[in-house]
Ligand binder design. Structure first.
Ligand code: FDA
Length: 518
């Protein structure tokens, strides 16, 4: 449009003016007339629902290679009335890191991805544009007995992931990624640069789990690395007979959150067309585990605590922690891959996805599990998947207000609902969205209530949003904010008012500002 054209004409000189090394920043800016614009934009889009011809596109993409570029992007966006979408790994389930309904630029941190490991101190500085795979790889280069408790998908970006909490199979032992952040560098809404000390403890609290895109651009994180034994054991136990699977899932609810914290045992319920056997469609219950120790010890523990599972040693594999990450990383068990696959930012598959989440405090009944199983048999769904993540252990020891992530003691497990499909078009989208919304609606009586808790990194605009065009209201935001953050929501609003009172950093689920009465 004409107005966006004007904005962008003035915007570039502003960026040049505010960057000490103006020569280098021109190479880091992509406008729509640039042939690299689309490849750069699409490179980190991880949900094709938000990559259609009708999806709004940024006026330009800036890929800063140093902090002053990030500062210039903030200063110039602000002075030109342009919004910023911050992108690190691009895995936001609602595309919030690269789509906006107001003239906007994307600040893509892909060039700020260095990782520095300090083995002696068991710490690391990770720039936000690094992926989890890059972090894990750099740790393994230096030590095979250090790890970091974050997500299992290697292409996920550190920037968004740490901002919303971030969990993986080490969560029962060490909590979330955000629980292990000890310092950070951020550029605030005035374009000013801060570390933990100069940002203050309120803002440092808010950025560890309060969700990305509300408080500033986090450029880097200092994290505490955690010890793991040289040998860990991973197992995948597949159960396909309906009756047996339902019985095991039922029993799992009473056991998994109480197990030794060295043991993570989750369930992946797979359904839809991906497991088609001829024209019969059978769901699979995949129990997957990580044990921080040897297989014999694991067998002894499980034989005592969960003998019904009938785990055999053949279903397990002893390996190093880093090899276990490579092996399970893409959701597929592929043998003998080099560690370098962790550096690959392009996932094996890219499709359309929709995610939702729930927390469970009371075991659900066998009849409910049976109904869930039936719903996974749906003929029309390409990929349907429920992941049960056990809590307890370290997650129960951390207080609900330690960081904004509030889902701690009392939660037996979290449910992630996911549907993914490749077929383009609105019809396929409708079928899949209906499926996931129906099962979510069906689950209402069996999960947490008032508020019905949700995980902010499983971003879901169905549970409420700010106006698409940027207005926020406390009342409106409280609906989804209390689901994500419980009673921490009010403190997030307080911090937002302190650090960004003009609501520069905003999106459909950003933390709102309070309008001050005169
Ligand atoms: P992206 O770049 O899209 O950012 C997400 C949000 O944070 C956006 O609002 C963005 O503006 C903001 N943001 C990004 N960088 C920022 C920065 N530097 N400073 C401030 N704000 C910033 N989760 C989990 O806990 N465990 C898991 O195992 C997985 N696995 C997983 C697999 C796959 C395939 C997907 C698509 C997603 C997951 N997730 C997950 C969810 C994931 O943690 C969540 O989507 C993260 O926010 C992704 O972070 P990215 O940097 O990749 O996203």
């Amino acid at each position: 449009s004409a107005s966006s054209h004007v904005n962008h004409e003035e915007f570039l000189p502003c960026l040049l003016h505010h960057s000490p090394d103006s020569k280098s920043i021109t190479k880091l800016v992509y406008t729509p007339i640039n042939t690299s614009y689309s490849p750069v934009l699409n490179f980190s889009i991880r949900n094709l629902r938000f990559s259609t011809p009708n999806t709004p596109k940024p006026l330009l993409i800036i890929t800063p290679s140093n902090i002053s570029h990030v500062q210039a992007a903030v200063i110039c966006s602000k002075s030109h009335g342009i919004q910023i979408r911050i992108r690190s790994g691009g895995h936001d389930f609602e595309g919030l890191s690269y789509v906006a309904y107001h003239p906007f630029v994307v600040v893509d941190l892909i060039n700020l991805s260095s990782v520095t490991i300090e083995v002696e101190q068991s710490t690391a500085w990770v720039q936000s544009g690094a992926t989890l795979g890059e972090l894990y790889y750099r740790i393994a280069e230096k030590s095979r007995t250090l790890a970091f408790p974050a997500g299992n998908c290697p292409t996920v970006g550190v920037g968004g992931h740490f901002s919303g909490g971030g969990f993986g199979t080490l969560l029962r032992k060490y909590g979330l990624a955000a629980d292990n952040v000890i310092d950070a560098y951020i550029v605030d809404a005035n374009g000013e640069f801060h570390d933990r000390k100069s940002m203050g403890e309120d803002l440092f609290w808010a950025i560890r789990g309060g969700g990305g895109g509300s408080f500033g651009i986090v450029v880097a994180w200092k994290v505490k690395l955690v010890p793991v034994p040289a040998t860990v054991t991973i197992c995948t136990i597949s159960r396909t007979l309906e009756e047996e699977a339902i019985k095991l899932i039922d029993q799992w609810q009473y056991v998994a959150n109480k197990l030794d914290e060295d043991l993570f045992l989750g369930i992946n319920l797979l359904g839809g067309k991906i497991v088609a056997q001829g024209d019969k469609i059978n769901p699979i219950a995949l129990f997957f585990s990580l044990f921080l120790g040897k297989a014999d010890e694991l067998m002894a523990i499980l034989n005592k605590t969960f003998p019904q599972l009938g785990l055999t040693k053949e279903e397990c594999k002893e390996t190093s922690w880093i090899e276990s990450v490579v092996y399970t990383g893409n959701g597929l068990q592929i043998e003998d891959q080099p560690l370098e696959v962790l550096l690959n930012r392009t996932p094996l598959a890219n499709g359309n996805i929709k995610m939702k989440s729930d927390y469970v405090k009371e075991p659900i009944s066998k009849a409910t599990i049976k109904e869930v199983w039936q719903r996974l048999k749906s003929q029309d769904i390409e990929g349907a998947n429920l992941v049960f993540i056990p809590y307890g252990g370290r997650m129960s020891q951390i207080s609900e207000s330690e960081i904004p992530f509030s889902h701690r003691a009392g939660n037996l497990y979290k449910i992630g609902y996911l549907t993914g499909w490749f077929e383009p078009g609105l019809n396929a989208e409708k079928t899949h969205l209906n499926w996931i919304r129906d099962i979510y609606s069906y689950m209402t009586p069996f999960v947490t209530k008032s508020p019905r808790a949700a995980y902010v990194n499983y971003r879901d605009l169905d549970i409420g949003s700010n106006s698409k065009y940027g207005k926020t209201s406390y009342k409106r935001a409280h609906v989804w904010g209390s689901k994500y953050f419980g009673s921490n929501f009010d403190r997030l609003v307080y911090v937002k008012n302190e650090v960004d009172p003009y609501n520069f950093f905003r999106h459909e689920q950003s933390i709102p500002v309070l309008l001050k009465r005169r």
